[in-house]
Ligand binder design. Structure first.
Ligand code: PNS
Length: 161
């Protein structure tokens, strides 16, 4: 069984992440979406538990996709999950720089192979950091996060009054 790990912060999952997850789910037997977090650092806009539930709901229609959380190094997550490779999405030339460095580093320290998938043009402007910023100021998040979780993301990012 060919298993790949799609790692990220997913704070929160976006339509850009879903583009990659859907396409990878069509290519491999099993896709593990791995929330990589630092156990010592405070969580982001959404707790790891909230991120897991949001991802589970957004991927409910994809039977070969599962959600797991890992702390520490990505290469250790690859080993413990039993994945054969890592998948990451590329939106821009800036992503290429970062992703090549990460891919080479992970191959160097853990022998881990990374597959880089070109994001579809409709989602190249989407990032979780932009979603958090737009959401904090009450902007429209439709099309930036999956419809199934839109209300919860809007609520979760709304400034406390
Ligand atoms: O969604 P992101 O924030 O672009 O994901 C980045 C992530 C979590 C995949 C990356 O920071 C990561 O792999 N972190 C785990 C720690 C690690 O292995 N660092 C060395 C390789 S970059």
């Amino acid at each position: 069984m060919q298993t790949v790990l799609y790692p990220g912060s997913f704070d929160p999952v976006t339509t850009g992440h879903m583009d990659i997850i859907r396409r990878v789910a069509g290519l491999f037997d099993r896709v593990i979406v791995g929330i990589l977090h630092n156990a010592e650092k405070p969580s982001g806009a959404f707790s790891v538990t909230e991120r897991i539930v949001l991802l589970e709901d957004a991927t409910a229609g994809l039977p070969n996709v599962e959600i797991q959380a890992f702390s520490g190094l990505l290469v250790d997550a690859v080993e413990s999950s039993g994945a054969q490779a890592v998948v990451r999405g590329l939106r821009s030339a800036a992503d290429v720089e970062i992703e090549l460095q990460m891919a080479r580093l992970n191959r160097h320290i853990g022998g881990v192979e990374t597959l880089l998938l070109a994001a579809q043009p409709q989602v190249v402007h989407v990032s979780a950091s932009m979603v958090r910023e737009v959401g904090r100021y009450g902007g429209d998040l439709r099309g930036l996060v999956p419809d199934e979780i839109l209300t919860r993301v809007v609520e979760g990012l709304r400034p406390q009054t």
